[in-house]
Design a protein around this ligand. Structure first.
Ligand code: SF4
Length: 331
């Protein structure tokens, strides 16, 4: 496979380059790689090392992404590159996002064939940071669309505005991980520059396509009522119809000495968010009915979920009782 030149970089003096894809804006000297480990300066040419190379390949329920308002009950071929633009201490997939891992190359045309063969609705680019696959996504997503297949991204949303505006229209649905509203959180715990670029990414994506947001609640770091209130207020300002998933933290990676998120923090977050948002969910723990979709008008149950199984009650996208339309992509 030939090397792919990376998009979004500039040449600097002395053979160095600056990568302009994500807000890290790495200055990379000849022969070295950026912080994500996937973009390398070869004699003043920036190369996208991860193009089409996946660390894993599975067919997952769409509910696992999680996407709850996008073709419920369907299955989707899921792949992801090695590497990430952030270095979160809490990373749940650090073995493939923060360490070198073996990969398999899948050209876009083979990806289309695989997705069609697996009885999948398309491809979820997920597990690590799929925006590192910027060049691959630009080739694969239109090819999938041409064959009636969907492209889904599960992402940290940590991308600069110009590439975001270019990639978003090619994708059918996003789940964006908004870790905190605080810049300090991104700096201290994720190795990023701040929360602003992620918020901007969500705004851009929500204006164009289907978006859901996930917030991993880490005890003592971002689970106070003030933290939750700020995030919910901001998200409601973008749209109160964006589904918000609170996810339970389990000790991982460099945060393996922290306790799991207490049930009460998740319940409190759910209660706060329900006051401003139409669709709120709790994941990584079963808390009576918080994984179900309820009609925002009359409160009737519209989609019942158990683990990764979904049962639509009546007609998808519509309240079975009062017929109010529910925001989402249903078929
Ligand atoms: S994608 Fe981000 S982390 Fe990777 S080289 Fe470019 S600026 Fe650096």
């Amino acid at each position: 496979m030939e090397d792919r030149e990376a998009s979004y970089y500039e040449r600097l003096e002395g053979g160095a380059v600056r990568c302009l894809l994500c807000p890290n804006l790495c200055r990379i000297v000849d022969g070295k790689r950026g912080r994500c480990s996937q973009r390398e300066n070869r004699s003043g040419r920036l190369v996208a090392l991860s193009y089409g190379r996946t660390v894993t390949l599975n067919v997952d329920p769409i509910e696992k992404k999680p996407l709850y308002h996008f073709m419920p009950g369907s299955r989707i071929l899921s792949i992801g590159p090695n590497g990430c633009t952030l270095t979160c201490d809490s990373c749940q997939n650090w073995g493939i996002s923060q360490e070198p891992a073996p990969t398999r190359f899948i050209p876009p045309e083979e990806l289309v064939e695989l997705a069609a063969k697996e009885g999948s609705i398309g491809v979820a680019f997920t597990y690590t940071e799929p925006l590192l696959w910027f060049e691959y996504l630009k080739d694969a997503a239109p090819a999938l669309r041409e064959h009636g297949l969907k492209s889904v991204l599960v992402t940290n949303g940590y991308l600069n505005e110009e590439p975001a505006a270019e990639i978003v229209p090619l994708i059918d649905a996003f789940n964006v991980d908004l870790k905190s509203m605080e810049d300090d959180f991104y700096r201290k715990w994720c190795g990023g520059t701040g929360a602003g670029p992620v918020r901007r990414f969500i705004e851009i994506a929500a204006g164009v396509t289907h978006v859901e947001v996930t917030n991993l609640l880490i005890p003592g770091l971002n689970d106070s009522p003030e933290n939750i209130g700020a995030l919910v207020d901001w998200l409601a300002g973008v749209s109160d119809e964006i589904p918000l998933h609170f996810s339970r933290f389990f000790p991982q990676y460099r945060m393996n000495d922290r306790p799991p998120t207490p049930r009460q923090s998740l319940e409190k977050a759910y209660e706060i968010a329900k006051q401003r948002l139409k669709h709120v969910y709790i994941g990584n723990i079963a808390i009576g009915g918080t994984e179900n979709t309820y009609c925002p008008s009359c409160g009737a149950e519209a989609i019942r979920r158990e683990r990764y199984r979904a049962e639509v009650i009546g007609t998808a996208g519509q309240c079975p009782k009062c017929r109010t339309g529910l925001k989402g992509v249903w078929e």
